[in-house]
Design a protein around this ligand. Structure first.
Ligand SMILES: [Zn+2]
Length: 275
């Protein structure tokens, strides 16, 4: 079998973060702006959680990708500076965490162009990666992205191996993800949020790391890509940060190729017959 990953490794691990801040609350329902405590819980991500995560990534020498709504990037420029100073990649995640499927095509174009412009100004180079807010897209999303120079997205759930979207001559690589390797559903409690409370049961760290490890090991059996989707307002909490450390250590133990989105994108595009 031809090795898919550098060094003949049999699995790749992509540790990624969605720095949603308060944008997800404002996008889903503007009434949340009138809930200071609900908003403050979300603000913990860019105020505190992101720095705890950056500490772990530095400690374990992992390069990552942070998908950042540009409203959050502008509100917390220090967090963006710290992400860049750590050698990490910035990716697109809407401006106000807008769901693409709820926008007109013209509105979606405006959001993508605005967020590309802001991230380019903040980082000095155009972003090449994207993850759709709320992990949903419109029929036009992939084309809108590819036409504007975006090279990869990390949103679909129909594979555990990267693949190219079929876009009539345009090129957009998918780095698939899945809800089970996302921290939100195992911890997020925001009981006062509009339009509906988030009251997920809080799972123990052992439970979460066990699930993520099983997914990582299963993906290794097919030579695929494990994508972890974490949110600084969830995994950046003191009780939770150890899940990140433990899953990275486990990926190291099984000799995964640990890389960020742009590195995986570059590698996949360098293969003789990229699939
Ligand atoms: Zn998000």
């Amino acid at each position: 079998m031809d090795p898919t990953w550098p060094g003949g490794r049999t699995v790749a691990a992509f540790f990624s973060f969605d720095l949603d801040g308060e944008a997800w609350l404002l996008a889903v329902d503007r009434r949340n702006a009138e809930l200071p405590i609900t908003m403050s819980q979300a603000a913990y991500g860019p105020k505190v959680g992101v720095y705890r995560i950056l500490d772990v990534l530095a400690e374990l020498e992992v390069r990552s990708t942070f998908f950042v709504p540009t409203w959050v990037a502008e509100r917390y420029p220090g967090a963006v500076e710290a992400i860049l100073a750590g050698g990490h990649e910035l990716g697109l995640h809407g401006h106000m965490h807008e769901r693409p499927d709820l926008l007109s095509e013209q509105e979606e174009v405006e959001v993508v162009e605005r967020s590309i412009r802001i991230l380019t100004e903040m980082s000095g180079r155009p972003p090449i990666g994207h993850r759709a807010p709320v992990a949903e897209i419109s029929p036009a999303t992939n084309r809108i992205l590819a036409e504007r120079g975006v090279q990869y997205t990390s949103t679909y759930m129909d594979s555990v191996v990267p693949y190219f979207h079929n876009l009539d001559g345009l090129s957009l690589l998918e780095l698939p993800m899945h809800w089970v390797a996302d921290d939100w559903g195992f911890a997020m409690v925001s009981p006062n949020a509009y339009p509906a409370p988030h009251v997920n049961p809080v799972m123990t760290n052992d439970h979460v790391v066990s699930l993520w490890s099983a997914e990582l090991e299963g993906i290794r059996e097919v030579g695929g890509l494990f994508t972890l989707v974490n949110h600084p307002q969830v995994t950046g909490r003191p009780y939770r940060i150890d899940t990140l450390r433990r899953i990275i250590m486990h990926a190291r133990d099984i000799d995964a190729w640990i890389a960020n989105g742009e590195e995986i994108n570059a590698h996949w595009r360098s293969l003789p017959t990229p699939g």
